[in-house]
Design a protein around this ligand. Structure first.
Ligand SMILES: Cc1ncc(COP(=O)(O)O)c(C=O)c1O
Length: 413
């Protein structure tokens, strides 16, 4: 297989540097897409589980826009709902009735929820959740997990990032994942200052193997949080609807007080949601959070259609099955060529890592070789599987992966 040519992408990226700091913001920064030159920068078209870059190269997409795509790009059901609402009203002086319909639907679908409120990004939902916990408890501090990501707000960003000061972290206490003793200690020492415990339902950090909750972890955590009157926030922004249609906490058998959704809830249209229990409704009404586009109705219509479709096709079960097929096949191919491919986390968003003496560079090189042959995967982050990854996509993935494994081994001799 001939690796792709990226000349148009690279030329446009050079132009971008003149007018956009770094060429592009955030996690699309090419410094995370190593080795240099193995990833394209700009997309021209997308459909189903595939997209085409501006050089005309086609990819089977295992990043799914970093999560939002779950039913396939250009899903007709979701797109029809979006365009139909757009034809009526989108961002207007008043909200549209679809907002109430969406809230009713989600409250019905998410077992822990008695109310819902909407925003745009995942960080809007996590920020609101923390504010509500603070308003409800009249306390200020939040416990979070080491390496847990809840958005780009200053309280969540690492200190090495530009503009972040230790005072931004003064109300955040980090503890290791799966460490009940650490939680117990923080609560024993500072329990009456802790408003919230925020965590994803399982640990899916970047650059690290992902980790499921240990047996009994969530029930022990909840017993401690209840004892100390701490609000439990489930950040399901990334995993939401790829594990359980009622929220990933249902799969892991626990009941948070607040749950945050974003990425997959509208198959790519911009919307996030925060849902919570009845006893936090008053605190939710007491905080002030809003944004210029938070009431835009077309993404709400898209979310409603997307969630109905996800439920109808039993998407979490289907995506977990596809994820198993993909990861089993990749592990087998790697093994055939003498490589150990480790798969961690949930199979609908698997984190892959190749065990190799040269460390992370080998896996980066392998993912780069896959990408420049048409299987788009990042090396530092969990992948995302969608309901649109067909048998033909999976078979082609295996063929490309095998070729990429051989080429990477050759280069690393
Ligand atoms: C678990 C989790 N929480 C919150 C966020 C923040 O979402 P957003 O980037 O939409 O603000 C992300 C984004 O990747 C995430 O993975």
């Amino acid at each position: 297989m001939n690796p792709f040519d990226y000349s148009k992408s690279q030329a446009l990226f050079s132009r971008a540097h003149d007018v956009i700091p770094n060429g592009i913001a955030g996690h699309f920064n090419p410094s995370v897409q190593k080795p240099h030159g193995t990833y394209p920068h700009y997309c021209q078209q997308s459909e189903g589980a595939r997209f085409t870059d501006i050089d005309g190269n086609e990819y089977i997409d295992y990043m799914c826009a970093y999560g939002p795509m779950i039913l396939g790009y250009k899903n007709p059901v979701v797109d029809e709902a979006y365009h139909s609402q757009l034809g009526q009203a989108d961002t207007v002086t008043l909200a549209s009735p679809v907002m109430v319909e969406l809230a009713e639907y989600m409250v019905d679908m998410i077992p822990i929820a008695d109310w819902a409120t909407f925003a745009k990004n995942g960080a809007d939902a996590t920020n609101m959740a923390v504010l509500i916990a603070r308003a409800a408890t009249e306390r200020t501090k939040t416990i979070a997990i080491d390496g847990g990501y809840h958005g780009a707000s200053p309280w969540m960003q690492s200190l090495e990032r530009g503009g972040i000061d230790s005072s931004d972290h003064s109300n955040v206490i980090r503890i290791p994942w799966n460490d009940v003793a650490a939680l117990q200690q923080v609560l024993a020492e500072q329990g009456n200052e802790i408003a919230a415990f925020i965590s994803s339902p399982y640990h899916h950090p970047a650059y690290q193997d992902n980790a499921l909750p240990a047996e009994g972890y969530w029930s022990e955590v909840h017993a401690l949080l209840n004892q100390h009157g701490v609000v439990s926030i489930c950040d399901d922004v990334r995993a939401g609807f790829r594990i359980d249609i009622g929220g990933s906490n249902e799969y892991f058998g626990y009941k948070p007080d607040l749950i945050c959704f974003c990425k997959a809830m509208a198959n790519g249209y911009p919307i996030s949601a925060l849902l919570g229990i009845d006893s936090l409704k008053e605190a939710a009404a007491a905080i002030f959070q809003t944004g210029s586009y938070w009431f835009s109705a077309a993404p709400m219509a898209a979310a409603l259609a997307c969630l109905k479709e996800l439920k109808h096709i039993e998407a979490p079960k289907l995506i977990l099955q596809i994820g198993k097929k993909v990861t089993d096949g990749l592990v087998e191919i790697a093994g055939k060529h003498g490589l150990e491919l480790k798969v961690t986390g949930m199979l609908s968003m698997p984190y892959l890592r190749t065990e190799h003496e040269s460390g992370i560079e080998f896996h980066q090189s392998l993912c780069g070789e896959c990408t420049r042959r048409g299987v788009f995967m990042a090396s530092h982050h969990n992948l995302f599987i969608s309901a649109a990854h067909s048998q033909a996509d999976v078979q082609r993935t295996f063929d490309i992966f095998e070729d990429a494994v051989c080429s990477t081994k050759e280069r690393n001799r």
